[in-house]
Design a protein around this ligand. Structure first.
Ligand code: ADP
Ligand code: MG
Length: 257
């Protein structure tokens, strides 16, 4: 089923007008066809992604794994509209987002995507609810705070509301960051090494939380990790090497149309 938010992809201000909203659910959520990404800023071309074709279904929890430099972050960044393919096509619900305008890509990032990073990226002076309501700049102030508090409570941070990051443990900081990523009800949650700065016990808690979100809220989760124990929480594991996907296990059977 199409999420209501993806309606913004359609109509006169949408990314493309050629896919009526009611048909969007028939397209895979995420589809890459022969996507390559070459960096040549230094004069020496580096092929970070090399002819990657891939589909990710709604509600899938997929881990992208690979040795350092294998292209895992580049793949995630292209799907998240933080980077563009040099060649090939990236479609989201049938829309060619690889070639959409910067404006549309920025808007979609805010409306459809949530982000969790290795080092949390919280602002040092803000309390947990202040951090979490930041993405809701366009909402009514009273609603922003209520929504932020509700998400923090749901993530088990009800008694940590007054704390700034320095007063929180690493695991709590990452939970605040996950709350911030979820507050605008994204369709896809991207997590690049979300446990890289955490000890094993805390990593386990954070991964249990991401698993619960994927299962209970139907959020599509795309996780990048070098850690096999972390990737094991995902339903599907994509292994990369030298900019290519070399193994893809646990893929959900595509629903027949
Ligand atoms: P990973 O996240 O798997 O460690 P990346 O996707 O960050 O790998 O990078 C893949 C390859 O592309 C690496 O060889 C990296 O050095 C190169 N690369 C990434 N970003 C840039 C850039 N901005 N300029 C030049 N090379 C880059
Ligand atoms: Mg990386």
């Amino acid at each position: 089923m199409e999420s209501p938010k993806t309606a913004l992809l359609h109509g006169p201000h949408g990314a493309r007008d050629d896919v009526p909203a009611q048909r969007a659910a028939h397209f895979p959520l995420i589809r890459l066809d022969h996507v390559s990404r070459t960096h040549d800023e230094t004069g020496i071309p580096v092929r970070a992604l090399d002819d990657v074709s891939l589909e990710i279904a709604r509600g899938e929890f997929a881990a992208i794994m690979g040795p350092s430099g294998s292209g895992t972050s580049t793949l995630m960044n292209i799907i998240a509209c933080l980077d563009r393919p040099t060649s090939g096509t990236y479609r989201f619900e049938g829309h060619d987002l690889g070639r959409a305008s910067d404006d549309i890509r920025t808007r979609l990032r805010g409306e459809l995507f949530g982000f969790v990073f290795e080092h949390f990226r919280l602002l040092p002076r803000l309390s947990a609810p202040e951090q979490v309501e930041l993405p809701l700049v366009h909402h009514i102030p009273a609603h922003r705070r209520a929504r932020a508090v509700a998400v923090l409570r749901d993530l088990g941070l009800g008694d940590r509301m007054d704390c700034t990051p320095a007063e929180l443990s690493g695991g709590e900081q990452q939970r605040v960051a996950i709350a911030r990523a979820l507050v605008a009800a994204p369709s896809v949650l991207f997590a690049d090494e979300p446990t890289g700065a955490l000890d094993p016990a805390t990593s386990h808690e954070v991964m249990e939380l991401l698993t619960r979100l994927a299962r209970e809220q139907g959020i599509t989760v795309i996780l990048v990790t070098h850690d096999a124990a972390v990737a094991a929480y995902a339903d599907r594991i994509l292994r990369m090497r030298d900019g290519r996907i070399v193994e893809d296990t646990g893929r959900r059977e595509p629903a027949s149309a």
